[in-house]
Design a protein around this ligand. Structure first.
Ligand code: S3P
Length: 173
């Protein structure tokens, strides 16, 4: 069914800590598709971490790079794409991803997200510093609508293992 209208990329969106990278890698292995994680592509291309880019050049600059990478990656076919949590902030990103792809939202409650983010906050420049839960909650609420509006399919992730989430997406796709 994934080939309908040539939209054969599987695109994962969702908030930080929803497991986009893990789920994407699993799907790509299982379906023998190539895997692109936009944050990893950026880190490879620039030879430094996402945190460093934020610190050194700021968020706006990161968003520009992110859009460039999304645009390039979206040209491929038959790949799995895991995106950064902020990809939905730019409508153009979603438009590009939709051209060749079906968009799956990994949709978790804030509790699930907080649980997943414990111990992983250091890699998230937007949450660094004190009171990361408050920052995360503000972002979570502010972005909610963007995620829902961007998705073709909404996949609940609460109380599910990553692999089960991946299998669910494979079944739909
Ligand atoms: C961001 C999410 C991160 C990364 C960057 C910004 C965001 O990706 O792109 O730190 O704005 O939500 P993950 O969703 O993989 O954490």
């Amino acid at each position: 069914s994934g080939d309908k209208m040539g939209k054969n990329n599987i695109v994962l969106i969702g908030f930080m800590g929803t497991g986009k990278s893990h789920v994407g890698r699993y799907i790509s292995k299982k379906l023998n598709m190539e895997f692109y994680d936009t944050d990893n592509v950026i880190e490879k291309k620039y030879g430094c971490s996402i945190s460093y880019i934020f610190e050194r050049y700021g968020e706006n600059y990161f968003r520009k790079i992110e859009s460039e990478v999304v645009s390039n990656v979206s040209q491929n076919r038959n790949i799995v794409i895991s995106t950064g949590g902020g990809v939905v902030l730019d409508k153009n990103n979603i438009e590009m991803l939709k051209k060749n792809g079906v968009i799956f939202l990994l949709d978790g409650s804030f509790d699930t997200i907080v649980n997943n983010l414990y111990g992983n906050v250091e890699k998230r420049p937007l949450l660094k510093g004190t009171d990361w839960k408050k920052k995360a909650n503000e972002l979570f609420l502010r972005r909610k609508k963007l995620y829902y509006n961007s998705a073709d399919y909404i996949i609940g992730i609460d109380n599910k293992k990553g692999n089960a989430i991946a299998e669910e997406i494979i079944n739909i796709y």
